[in-house]
Design a protein around this ligand. Structure first.
Ligand SMILES: N[C@@H](CCC(=O)N[C@@H](CS)C(=O)NCC(=O)O)C(=O)O
Length: 231
């Protein structure tokens, strides 16, 4: 897909889900360790969970499970017993679970102020619009593209609804590259520290400790990931 079409369709995906995954709401206790999420970018149920992570200002270790992926899909099945995504592990409480709605309810109980906000609580309507967001980016962040595995986790600063951050997450997903997702949605108390570290407040921002690389710009990030990891 050419760049203009990429951006236009990613904006469409953003539009159908706005305001979910944009701004940080009321926060509860902060976890000491990042959550672990097995998921894939194109999955509408995974999208709902990623939106909750942004709105709760939570970091997560993302273990991408694109179709045909040789590493994290089998790992998730070995742990949870079935190939169903998203699958959450919370190393702070030892809890692990399937089912996006159960995961979201758990996250709001544990790290929010209790109730799940409206954009994530509309049942079939939430699922329908989350599916539409996937439909306008057909095939992206869905299938595995052969790649070599990095030794260390990459890091990505992002927030779910950003059309540009989506492009970077799709590439990380299809290459099955695990990464620490730092959510910095609007109103995140961590935005200032991020801008101090990176030099400006813009997402996506990728850090790759394997090659000592840090960069902004979704097109550059996608290009870098393909050049560095795709086989
Ligand atoms: N009710 C589940 C549905 C999850 C679901 O159907 N996930 C699909 C992906 S969107 C899945 O895992 N399919 C099996 C696969 O991808 O192999 C939830 O809300 O989490």
């Amino acid at each position: 897909m050419n760049r203009s079409l990429d951006i236009a369709t990613s904006y469409l995906a953003t539009l159908v889900r706005v305001p979910a995954g944009l701004a940080v709401g009321r926060l509860g206790p902060r976890p000491e360790r990042p959550l672990v999420v097995y998921e894939f970018e194109a999955c509408p149920f995974c999208r709902k969970v990623r939106e909750a992570l942004t709105m709760l200002d939570l970091d997560a270790e993302i273990r991408p499970c694109p179709k045909g992926g040789p590493r994290f899909r089998p790992e998730a099945v070995a742990k949870g017993g079935k190939a169903l995504f998203p699958y959450l592990e919370d190393p702070n409480t030892g809890r692990a679970m399937y089912e996006s709605d159960d995961i979201i309810a758990y996250l709001y109980e544990s790290y929010g102020d209790g109730p799940v906000p409206l954009p994530l609580a509309l049942g079939p309507l939430t699922t329908l619009s989350a599916s539409l967001a996937s439909a306008v980016r057909p095939g992206f962040g869905h299938h595995y593209r052969p790649a070599r595995a990095p030794e260390q986790l990459l890091e990505l600063y992002s927030f779910e609804i950003s059309p540009y951050a989506r492009l970077a997450r799709e590439a990380l997903c299809s290459l099955e590259l695990p990464y620490l997702l730092h959510n910095v949605g609007k109103g995140s108390p961590r935005r200032e520290a991020f801008a101090g570290r990176s030099g400006k407040l813009m997402v996506p921002y990728l850090i790759d400790p394997n090659t000592d690389t840090q960069m902004f710009e979704s097109a550059d990030i996608v290009d870098y990931l393909m050049r560095t990891y795709a086989k």
